[in-house]
Design a protein around this ligand. Sequence first.
Ligand SMILES: [Zn+2]
Length: 229
Amino acid sequence: MGTRYGFIYAHPDDETFLSACLIRELADQGEAPVLLLATRGDAGRQGLERAANREELAQLREEEMKAAAVVLGLADVEHLGWPDGQLATIDFEELVAGVIAFIQKHELEILFSFAEDGGNGHPDHVTISKATTAAVLSGQCPSVRKLYYASSAALRANGHQSSIVVDTEANWKMKAAALQAHATQHVAIAKYFGDLTAFPEERRFEAFVLGWQDGMMWPKPEIAAQLEE
Ligand SMILES: [Zn+2]
């Protein structure tokens, strides 16, 4: 086993939207990437037509996540189980403690999460980004060497360049299969990616900005668009 990679997001499907092909590449290299989700995704209006109530929806989305994890090659998926849509209202220190525990348990070295704008401004995305950064800065996660943020409009506006860029074309069928595994989310998926049988040129790249490395926020961007050796 080489480097230990962890992905930390808010909802089941965030990992596939932003980082399906990166996760798959790591798995194909023999790594064992792991995923932490803050919620079980039980608040969406989508999917309630298939579930009697929120608990049923949460179970359905966990099952979908398990199926997606197989497609992506994730070695482990954990859910903190905070209420979907309300992450910004819960005790922040408790949320951070859950992230720290996950990082410590897996002795993670390289982390990926949302940028501070949450990519699309979703309060859950913003909050888990802040919690991940707080965990890294807490001094309680000495295994962590790098924290990457999924590239976002705010990061680009501030001049932050991506140092990991994954072209999804070669693995698009895999990414489409992982998206389809999140079946309750089909409306949002179609809105963002269009018809999954066609490669979405405008959603071609998964890109990540190095936000923290070895004690320093916003280190100089890495030169090569390469994963860890
Ligand atoms: Zn989300």
